[in-house]
Design a protein around this ligand. Structure first.
Ligand code: DSN
Length: 438
């Protein structure tokens, strides 16, 4: 029996979410629209199977077909990225990064060095509250005052701190990463270089961002961001990685299972294989380059409206706006934008005086709207809407006290949800989205 009959409540909620995704400008830079084929693979009988182990080395019977599927995903990833080893079983990005640490580091002894979250790094790059900063020693680096990576400072820190793994690749950094420089720094201090390219994988595959393959030892990536696949992750070892440690692949495989996980999600593996095939097609190259063109066009238009962008622009798929010059707060702005059918996330900015739940910035990006076919012309229009929305919420001053802030947000939400200007923009946005069907 179909879902609508078995569970009308869940069916209705899924349909509501489908409508929401259709009618908004989805601009969270880590989100995208997976293809119908990817979603079809996810919703199959593959979800019924257990397959602990690896192709041809399973602990359960009945894995003949699963072996072929997993091997296909591995082979496609190897070919697409140009690497000799891939593990496709990590359930998502955080488990993938954790598996690398588990494979290579001695807890409470070895050190990792990643970008701080406040500067745009990820939780799993050494944050004290995360397993990466709690089980392992961590030394965080920061962006320079100009919002750029300060390679000389990073090198100095690496020489001083002697990390076993240096991590590059970020969640809120709008510029090109010089993987070659990172490779040189890692080599100088004898560290492994791990490039977490989750955000930019699709750009790397399309040739719209340089590849870390010649310089990093290990590469991790999620599969659902710019790569446009299902939720999931890849862990890759490069030729350089094998030169440094010929046992690296085996160590990572056993960090995933039995180290961290049990059975892989075989439906997810199949969907990853589909996404990798889609990403190998010539159309994907165009897509990756268009993401960047759109991001640059949007950044340029936002600057014209007086927005203050981290590092002054964008070379990839994302933009970080510091709203302090507009006298606006990120939490307030993100909510108002959502009323206007524009979906972004609030985000810390460099040296943010505010706490992470009420940060001073918003993070936005172009992967999903580019999937819908939008181009530079639409970016100019979208920038205008950002300006109008932020104009509406400037001077909405958050109180200093924690409890008062909660109350403030509650009443602000009620007020904003009825704001005529925001609702009018929402209407205009919906009209635009109708011209670019998902
Ligand atoms: N949550 C992801 C992002 O939005 O960047 C990172 O894991």
């Amino acid at each position: 029996m179909g879902l609508s009959k078995t569970d009308p409540q869940v069916y209705k909620l899924i349909k509501e979410e489908e409508k929401r995704q259709r009618e908004v400008l989805e601009m969270i830079p880590s989100e995208n629209y997976a293809s119908h084929a990817v979603m079809e693979a996810l919703g199959t009988v593959l979800t019924n199977k257990y397959s602990e182990g690896y192709p041809k080395k399973r602990y359960y019977q009945g894995n003949r077909v699963i072996d072929e599927i997993e091997q296909l995903a591995i082979d496609r990833a190897k070919k697409l990225f140009g690497v000799p080893y891939v593990n496709v079983q990590a359930l998502s990005g955080s488990p993938a990064n954790t598996a690398v640490y588990f494979a290579l580091l001695t807890p409470l002894k070895d050190k990792i060095m990643g970008l701080s979250m406040a500067s745009g790094g990820h939780l799993t790059h050494g944050l004290a509250l995360n397993i990466s900063g709690r089980f392992y020693k961590s030394s965080l680096y920061e962006l320079g005052k100009d919002g750029q990576l300060d390679y000389a400072a990073i090198e100095k820190q690496a020489v001083r701190e002697k990390p076993k793994i240096i991590i590059c690749g970020y969640t809120a950094f709008p510029r090109i990463i010089d993987f070659k420089k990172f490779g040189q720094i890692a080599d100088k201090v004898g560290a492994f270089l791990m490039a977490d390219i989750s955000h930019i994988t699709g750009l790397v595959v399309a040739g719209a961002h340089p590849s870390p393959v010649p310089y990093a030892h290990i590469i991790t990536t999620t599969t659902h961001k710019t790569l446009r696949g299902p939720r999931g992750a890849l862990i890759m070892v490069t030729e350089k990685g094998f030169k440094k440690d010929p046992d690296l692949g085996r160590k990572i495989d056993s960090a995933i299972i039995p180290g961290l996980q049990g059975g892989p999600h075989d439906n997810q593996t199949a969907a990853i294989a589909v996404a990798l095939k889609e990403a190998s097609a010539p159309a994907f190259k165009k897509y990756g380059h268009q993401i960047v063109k759109n991001s640059k066009a949007l950044a340029k238009a936002l600057i014209k409206y007086g927005f203050d962008l981290l590092s002054g622009g964008s070379d990839n798929h994302l933009i970080l706006i510091d709203l302090q010059n507009k006298k606006a707060n990120g939490a307030v702005a993100a909510f108002a934008l959502e009323v206007a059918n524009i979906v972004v996330n609030k985000n810390l900015v460099l040296n943010d005086p505010m706490p992470s739940f009420y940060p001073s910035g918003i993070r936005l990006g172009t992967p999903a709207i580019t999937t819908r076919g939008m181009k530079e012309k639409e970016m100019t229009k979208i920038a205008g809407w950002y300006s109008q929305v932020i104009d509406k919420v400037k001077n909405e001053q958050l109180p200093q006290e924690k409890e008062a802030r909660v109350e403030f947000m509650k009443s602000f939400r009620q007020k904003a949800a009825k704001n005529k200007k925001l609702l009018q923009i929402a209407h205009e946005v919906k009209a635009l989205t109708q011209k670019f069907p998902v």
